[in-house]
Design a protein around this ligand. Structure first.
Ligand SMILES: Cc1cc2nc3c(=O)[nH]c(=O)nc-3n(C[C@H](O)[C@H](O)[C@H](O)COP(=O)(O)OP(=O)(O)OC[C@H]3O[C@@H](n4cnc5c(N)ncnc54)[C@H](O)[C@@H]3O)c2cc1C
Length: 451
């Protein structure tokens, strides 16, 4: 049995974990372990839509990651479209130069390589199994190559182990509010394909289609990788996948849509699709990326928040570890940053996710056609203030409509707005705040849920 001490252990070498370890090392922390259950050469290989804002790639390049040099970019799309279930309404978003489709494996390998260049020690093929508290430290059990047990001790764990984080679900002391309900995660089936003569709308574009009839309130995506290659997929809420398999729905649709598809790669994976959890920290623990459910709830897009949350956590680790300031209270600064950057906007977007998941196609067609649900503008409202202003303006129309899914929404948006702006400043206030916060989403869901 091997035993080692580290100043910081990061679980998961995905986008979040790499950025956390990288930032902590760059800011001066020296004994950092990065643990991943995959072999080194497969790290970064993940079933994904591969869409990310170009500004995040620029940020990485500025930090020193060789994004341009390593051929990370597959394509920059010209326009993005959101299309109604009856295909009669097409919102075109002016995303020129802003949305990239990347070569995902190469991207992950580049993040990893640069992180290891900072002196971080990688434990590849090594699964985090369990942990226990030992005075002011955490003792972790890792399993290498399926047989060798490694014990590591550290004052801080940053957990970037993805949607099924064991620390969030059972070991870290997070409560039920950190657990994903079935309707708060989508199973996505995705293929990378070659299509030689697709209809014009798919060429160099990114398309989203929402529908209750076809995807149970989930979505289909069609992302052009350039050179006749496409990243295509279908996501369906987990609460429905026994009745509607994403793979079957996807394959039936593709048969009808394209005549000449060559599949290069296919597979599935879960994405969280809800507001971030109320707290991402406990004594000696920080959750980042999917492990902290920090994703855009409308579609589960989590590449950019995983990069940012990892980077923020790594920087905080570098200042807090040397001073031994690692209590829940000391780490609250991370919660504050994540809440301001993502929690506020994603909380409002999560109400729109609940709406989209529970609106019949006929009503969605009407709402899109008559523009009282301008999905394009909602998707594109990247600033919190813009989203709130838009939602309030729309609320004036919704309050006149007969259905509670619309006429109750303005009031619930106001209450979520008011509640999120009172985000706790200390852990002591968290419990009562969480009850109110989670209750608001549950209330809207119960009001409109289609089961
Ligand atoms: C089908 C699909 C399509 C998507 N499309 C997009 C998109 O187009 N744009 C976008 O922005 N986002 C998209 N996402 C979401 C995005 O991929 C994630 O949000 C992002 O990868 C999260 O990064 P992460 O580092 O937090 O977690 P992950 O990328 O999941 O990394 C977790 C790492 O932890 C390791 N690990 C897990 N458990 C353990 C353990 N016990 N011990 C050791 N290591 C462990 C894993 O091997 C993995 O390397 C998509 C996701 C899916 C599934």
């Amino acid at each position: 049995m091997v035993s080692e001490n580290f100043d910081l252990v990061v679980i998961g070498a995905g986008t979040a974990g790499c950025l956390a370890a990288y930032a902590a090392a760059k800011e001066g922390l020296s004994k950092i372990a990065l643990v991943d259950r995959k072999p080194q050469k497969l790290i970064g290989k993940k079933i994904c839509g591969d869409g990310i804002g170009t500004k995040h790639l620029d940020f990485l390049q500025e930090l020193g990651f060789p994004i341009k040099e390593n051929n990370i970019l597959a394509n920059i799309v010209e326009t993005a479209h959101i299309i109604s279930p009856d295909k009669k309404k097409d919102y075109t978003l002016p995303v020129q130069g802003q949305l990239a489709i990347i070569n995902r494996h190469q991207f992950g390998q580049t993040l990893l390589e640069e992180t290891l260049n900072q002196g971080v020690k990688l434990f590849e093929n090594t699964t985090f199994k369990t942990m226990k508290r030992e005075s002011k430290k955490l003792q972790m059990q890792l399993l290498k190559d399926g047989s060798e047990t490694i014990t590591v001790t550290t004052p801080l764990i940053i957990d970037g182990s993805g949607i099924n984080s064991k620390i969030r679900e059972e070991l870290g002391g997070f409560d039920d509010n950190a657990q994903l309900k079935d309707e708060e995660q989508y199973y996505c089936y995705r293929e990378i394909c070659r299509i030689d003569s697709p209809p014009e709308i798919y060429v160099n574009n990114a398309i989203f289609e929402f529908s209750f009839d076809l995807t149970k309130g989930g979505y289909k995506w069609f992302f052009s990788r350039g050179n006749n290659e496409y990243n295509l997929g279908t996501g369906i809420p987990k609460s429905w996948i026994k009745k509607a398999s994403p793979k079957d729905v996807y394959q039936n649709d593709m048969k009808n849509r394209f005549s000449d598809i060559d599949v290069i790669d296919g597979g599935g994976g879960f994405v969280p699709t809800r507001h971030p959890i109320p707290t991402h920290v406990k004594d000696n623990i920080i959750l980042i990326g999917d492990a902290g459910l920090i994703v855009n709830p409308l579609h589960g897009g989590g590449l950019s928040p995983s990069l940012a949350s990892g980077y923020i956590a790594g920087k905080i680790a570098a200042t807090q570890v040397p001073n031994e300031n690692l209590s829940e209270n000391d780490l609250w600064i991370y919660n504050k940053k994540i809440h301001e950057r993502y929690g506020l906007r994603y909380s409002i977007l999560d109400l729109y996710r609940i709406l989209l998941q529970n609106i019949p196609d006929g009503e969605l067609n009407d709402a899109l056609q008559k523009e009282y649900l301008p999905l394009g503008s909602i998707f594109y409202a990247r600033e919190y203030d813009v989203l709130i202003k838009l939602s309030r303006k729309l609320g004036e129309i919704w309050s006149q409509l007969p259905n509670p899914r619309f006429n109750r929404l303005p009031e619930i948006i106001e209450r979520v707005f008011e509640c999120t702006n009172r985000y706790p400043t200390t852990p002591e206030e968290l419990e009562s705040w969480t009850k109110e916060y989670r209750g608001l989403f549950a209330e809207y869901y119960e009001l409109i849920a289609v089961r």
